[in-house]
Design a protein around this ligand. Sequence first.
Ligand code: BG6
Length: 484
Amino acid sequence: QQTAPFDYVIFGGTGDLTMRKLLPALYNQLRIGHVPEDARIIGTARSELSCDEYRERAREALEHFLPPAHKDAALIERFLKKVHYITLDGTKSDHNWDDLHALLEQSPADRIRVFYFSTAPQLFEAISENLHRFNFITPQSRVVLEKPIGTDSASARAINEGVSRFFKEEQIFRIDHYLGKETVQDIIALRFANPVFNAVWSAEHIQSIQITAAETVGVEGRAAYYDTSGALRDMIQNHLLQVLSLCAMEAPADLGADSVRDAKVKVLKALRPIPADKVAQETLRAQYVAGEMAGSKVPGYLEELGTESATETYAVMRAYVDTPRWKDVPFYIRTAKRSHKKVSEVVVTFKKTASSLFGKDGEHNRLVIRLQPDEGFGLALNIKNPSAADFSLQHGAMDGRFAPADGSLIPDSYERLMLDAVRGYPALFIRRDEVEAAWAWVEPTLQTWAANKVPMTHYPAGSYGPEEARKFIASTGDAWHEDM
Ligand code: BG6
């Protein structure tokens, strides 16, 4: 439903994320009637641009990134009227803050203000300080922090401390766009709304869980950022550990922000530490080399970068959640750039039924939750082979889709989250203790990799990944979903 009127101030307003995701998300929410007519979106960045020039960029972005079914020339015009721009370096106290003031003053004093920091995290504290210095932070204000929150525990703590000098925790919305994916929220629905899964969701019946996010894209124009990050920081510390916590958490008392986040943080804190001397055994890192994708040659990571680098573009970690429910069940967390296909999925492999009825055990039951693309779920079962005279078994499958019943497209993850920040609903945002617990768990691996104590493996762009990944998962008795 429609939110209260708001002013959305985006720092990093000319950036890739704003153009690719944030503006299209707000446009689409306007399209479906969730954005009130007098809402305003104020882009800010250092570039000297007029409001008209900024609107022109926004128009191009919408033309480029909106799905064809959502493009509507009249609506784009209506949306652009809500868009404003101020040239502003948020880290400098002697910059155009007066212009921002003049614009925000046109709204009633109690209007909801959302400050969205889509900038490098090192700038978060300085921008917050200026917002405070010039009295922009009202009781109705919130701040959205884009990832990454730091590069390790210490920097994450420093950023959290820095921002919390000026904003209260309940005003701070740390975004992880995976939580905004409808299909990721479906993990909660599938688990807790269905006794057929809920009743068997433990080590007693589950052999392992694979969580994969593979992409066909390389580092695109983001090599400068990516090379300081790598796959583990870019995808595992945040998105995939969030997916893991939803898969592994105990039932929250309700779907309120604190209950869900309490349940998730318990999982993160129960992750079995991987000490330095186990990192080589429990993790795998790799970099793509030149290969072929869709019939064209693509360069390797180092060629794209133009320099030497020990940054991984592929990472696997084997995690254990040390709670009674998950006793010794491996969770395989895997992410890749330049993979042979784009797929994010959770694969739950159930233990075989030990039964003498059929002569031999059937295959594993397997639940595949397809987060994207082809959003839906598949369940592999054993059924009787209808053409066999004896009682031999064969594979049977059930398939379901997460698509909305009215045939519309699944909303983009930023849509829900951007308006949840307006509504002041933080359940799908990361609490401070979650960020810090996730960093604490990945840190020994990051350090051991940085010290070059784990060999870097390689895979051709467009391939399924390094050969070593097969041995890695086989060492605990499993196989990757695509090899099954
Ligand atoms: C971002 C990462 O957080 O997630 C990118 O920084 C990655 O490197 C992206 O491409 C993946 O998001 P999605 O929604 O396409 O899986």
